[in-house]
Design a protein around this ligand. Structure first.
Ligand code: GLU
Length: 626
């Protein structure tokens, strides 16, 4: 595959939708939507009556697209198109990933944006190396272990912390964009943020997912007048088919474009964030916890370059995100355990029936979660190398029984480098809270460089606090810390601390084989991210599914709780009956995760894949469809 270095800067300044016709079979035109809204400039103004039309409102969502010239897969068609336009105009995977994520900050503002954080994994085709950026939010320096405890030492009510200044971590996303552009991009950040600014100003057409997410959060949004103004225009969630504009967010992107991300970390955007975190503006009579983020916390924030987690699976190299994410390590342990079960039973995963496949996957996931919960956090001395070693997995696999389920919770093991015996492990605690938001983006460019990037503001709608005048929501990422230890007498690695990054489950993943890049994948979904990504990889490599089918396949998520989530196609029918007979306690869940992925089919030939239905379906695109 041809590769090329990444010179910068090169000012291209392409505008959005130029490549529409080439990117989507049949071609598409911009038009005006049928439904009009209030002409107040915020939320739902009428399209076609003053002002330009919304951007790409009639782009269809295509779940799988194969072709060349580069590929983008995200949850949103307009955002994917932004990335495709960047690729078509000569940008590389990093350029496209930044532009697409910024666009997702407009169309998916409850999942990602300027006020959040994430993890960026980059594959460089020329050198074959994978490197990462840790753009996780940090706790203010004044946060101690007891920050989420009341005066009696009892944990504060989780819900109250979520919708408050106390849960807001120092945002890492703009710093991640800046660092990624600097390391691997070919275009200036100011150019890459242009489509998002335009999208926020011109608006997009509200779909059912956006409407439903707004409606589900309407009560808590209405506590914050600024949030209500932006996201509940006219006092209600925007109707499906109306145009949603966010001129304040356009102004925020413009600010980042013209003054740089310094405006957030050292300038007026940052001052606005700190003021709102320290004293959130609420409606009369409502009180929420105040946060303690300071300008110094913002000024000292850094997106960190990190070596990826590396493991081997089926003769390939699997790369993921290291601490403070538990994603890379836990996905690796699940895959290692599955390989160990093959050895132990003498029957490979590729040969077993669907019930046995899901049984093995479930047992591996529960076991890996026991270790994750015990050992992983933003602390020194996490035994990452041992946790992802095949020796540790081989030892842990000694508990496995092909005919029955391990009692839950599965104990955690000892990643101590000595794996001769069968270690029964130590009693594990079970985690109380998990979010369910976030968005994942997969990009490959025509040179074979790739980006796997998961970003978030934690819960759908984050803290619910919008920065006045700037149109973006602040995260509630600090609720990813445990409020108190989960296992009595065992030191917990994920308690809050000064400047600390909360443990994440985000698992942006890249798989490299002998011939180079093979697969890019990731998902949102709180701790189900880990099982979703592992199941997509297992579906692809062990069950013979192409990437589209591996993403569409029904999901199970076993995370060492007393029951395991299973989509209806798993929980019901013969699969559910078979798993229940082995001792699994299934809890039917409508949807697990919302993955995107790209498989490399050959030199500059890709299959981009997204969800056909979950979260309203995702959008997979290539520059030149076949
Ligand atoms: N905050 C979560 C994490 O970092 C992600 C939120 C979600 O996907 O729901 O693991």
């Amino acid at each position: 595959m041809e590769t090329r270095p990444a010179p910068r800067p090169s000012r291209r300044g392409r505008v959005l939708v130029v490549a529409l016709a080439s990117a989507v079979a049949g071609g598409l035109a911009l038009g005006t939507p049928a439904v009009a809204g209030p002409p107040d400039g915020r939320g739902g103004p009428p399209a076609g009556r003053g002002g330009p039309p919304p951007v790409g409102h009639d782009l269809p969502k295509v779940a799988v697209m194969t072709g060349s010239g580069g590929a983008v897969s995200s949850v949103d068609a307009v955002a994917s198109q932004v990335g495709i336009d960047v690729l078509a105009a000569g940008g590389n995977a990093t350029d496209a990933a930044i532009a697409t994520t910024a666009a997702l900050g407009v169309t998916e503002p409850y999942s990602t944006g300027i006020g959040g954080g994430g993890f960026f994994v980059h594959y460089d085709a020329a050198s074959g190396t994978v490197e990462t950026i840790d753009g996780r939010e940090t706790a203010p320096m004044s946060y101690g272990e007891d920050v989420f405890l009341d005066a009696d030492g009892e944990p504060l009510p989780f819900r109250d912390v979520v919708g408050s200044g106390l849960s807001v971590g120092v945002p890492g996303t703009p710093a991640t964009w800046e660092r990624a552009a600097e390391r691997w991009g070919t275009q200036r950040l100011s150019t890459l943020l242009k489509p998002a600014e335009r999208l926020a100003r011109r608006g997009f057409v509200v779909d059912a997912t956006f409407h439903d997410q707004t409606a589900a959060n309407a009560e808590r949004f209405s506590l914050f007048p600024e949030t209500a103004d932006v996201f509940l225009p006219g006092g209600a969630p925007p109707e499906v088919g109306t145009v949603f504009r966010n001129p304040d967010l356009a102004r925020a992107y413009r600010e980042l474009r013209t003054r740089g991300v310094e405006s957030l970390y050292e300038g007026r955007l940052g001052r606005a964030v700190v003021a709102e975190v320290q004293d959130p503006t609420t409606v009369a009579g409502a009180e929420v916890f105040h946060g303690r983020m300071t300008r110094a916390d913002l000024a000292t924030y850094e997106a960190l370059d990190k070596e990826p987690v590396h493991s081997r699976f089926r003769g390939r190299d699997v790369y993921g995100m290291p601490v403070p994410s538990s994603g890379g390590i836990t996905v690796a342990e699940i895959l290692n355990l599955v390989e160990a079960y093959d050895e132990r039973t003498g029957e490979p995963m590729s040969d077993v029936d669907d019930v046995q496949y899901l049984h093995r996957f479930s047992e591996a996931s529960a076991t890996a979660f026991a270790d994750r919960n015990r050992y992983i956090g933003d602390v020194p001395g996490v035994p990452a190398e041992e946790l992802v070693s095949q020796g540790f997995a081989d030892e842990r696999s000694c508990l496995f029984d092909a005919r029955s389920t391990l009692p839950r919770p599965v104990p955690f093991g000892s990643p101590d480098g000595d794996y001769a015996d069968c270690d029964g492990g130590s009693p594990a605690g079970v985690l109380p809270h998990e979010g369910m938001s976030t968005t994942h983006l997969s990009v490959v460019d025509r040179w074979g460089n790739a980006v796997s990037y998961t970003s978030t503001i934690e819960q759908t709608g984050g803290s619910g606090i919008t920065v006045p005048g700037w149109g973006f929501l602040l995260n509630n990422e600090l609720t990813d810390f445990e409020f108190e230890p989960i296992t009595e007498g065992v030191p917990h690695p994920n308690l809050p601390g000064p400047g600390k990054r909360p443990r994440s489950s985000m698992a942006p993943t890249v798989v490299v084989g002998d011939g180079g890049l093979e697969l890019v994948a990731g998902s949102p979904g709180g701790s189900t991210i880990i099982t979703t990504v592992a199941q997509v990889l297992l579906g692809h490599y062990d069950r013979g599914l192409d990437v589209g089918d591996a993403i569409a396949a029904p999901r199970l998520s076993s995370r060492n709780g007393s029951s395991e989530s299973a989509e209806p196609a798993v929980a019901g029918g013969p699969l559910g009956a078979g798993l229940t007979a082995l001792g699994h306690r299934l809890s039917s869940t409508d949807e697990i995760g919302a993955a995107t992925g790209i498989a490399v089919l050959g030199p500059d030939r890709y299959s981009a894949a997204a969800e056909p239905t979950r979260r309203g379906g995702g959008s997979a695109m290539v520059v030149r469809p076949e």
